[in-house]
Write a protein that binds this ligand. Structure first.
Ligand SMILES: [Mg+2]
Length: 163
C-alpha cells in the first residue's frame, strides 16, 4: 500500500478560484504578505459555501480507498485555525475514515509528513517540486491537463490506474 496525500484547494474543492475572486473584488494587492493577511482573516465558511466539489472528488476518494492500493491522507495548507476547522467539518460530511492533516501555510508540505515513496496529488507545482526533491512521487491535478513537467490527472480516481 502506498501513502497517497491529496491536496484540498484546487483538487477536491474549487475554493482557490473563489477565494482569489474575493481577494480581487476587495482589490488586495498581489504580493505574498497582502494575500497572507487577506487569507488569514477570510471567512472560510463563506468561501466553502460558494465553492463546489471538483469532478466528484469525494466519490473518487471513496473509490481510491476501496481499491485497497493506497493509504489516503488529505494534506491541506491552512492560514487560520478557523480555516482548518471549516475544512475538516466539510471533509467529514463526506469521508469518515480518511486522515486529515492541516499544514501551516508557511511550512512546506514535504516538511510535515514522511515523503519518501509517497504520492502527492496537488495543483500547485511548487509543492510538487519540493515533494519530488525529497524523494516523493508528484502528480499534478489540473483541469486543463497541463502537467507542467509532472504526470497529470483531472479526476482523482485516475490514480488507481496510474499506480
Ligand atoms: Mg491546492
Amino acid at each position: 500500500m502506498k501513502d497517497l496525500y491529496i491536496d484540498f484547494d484546487g483538487v477536491i474543492y474549487n475554493s482557490i478560484d473563489i477565494s482569489y475572486k474575493m481577494a480581487e473584488d476587495e482589490n488586495i494587492s498581489k504580493d505574498y504578505e497582502s494575500y497572507y493577511q487577506f487569507f488569514k482573516n477570510l471567512d472560510w465558511c463563506e468561501v466553502l459555501e460558494k465553492s463546489t466539489e471538483i469532478n466528484d472528488a469525494f466519490d473518487c476518494i471513496k473509490r481510491i480507498m476501496a481499491s485497497g492500493k493506497f493509504k489516503v491522507f488529505i494534506l491541506t495548507h491552512v492560514i487560520s485555525l478557523k480555516e482548518a476547522e471549516v475544512k475538516i467539518d466539510l471533509i467529514r460530511e463526506h469521508l469518515t475514515d480518511v486522515t486529515i492533516i492541516p499544514v501551516p501555510k508557511r511550512v512546506s508540505k514535504n516538511k510535515m509528513v514522511k515523503v519518501n515513496g509517497a504520492i502527492l496529488v496537488d495543483d500547485y507545482t511548487e509543492n510538487l517540486r519540493e515533494w519530488s526533491l525529497d524523494g516523493g512521487i508528484s502528480v499534478r491535478f489540473d483541469l486543463d491537463m497541463d502537467g507542467k513537467g509532472f504526470p497529470v490527472i483531472d479526476r482523482l480516481d485516475e490514480v488507481i490506474e496510474m499506480f
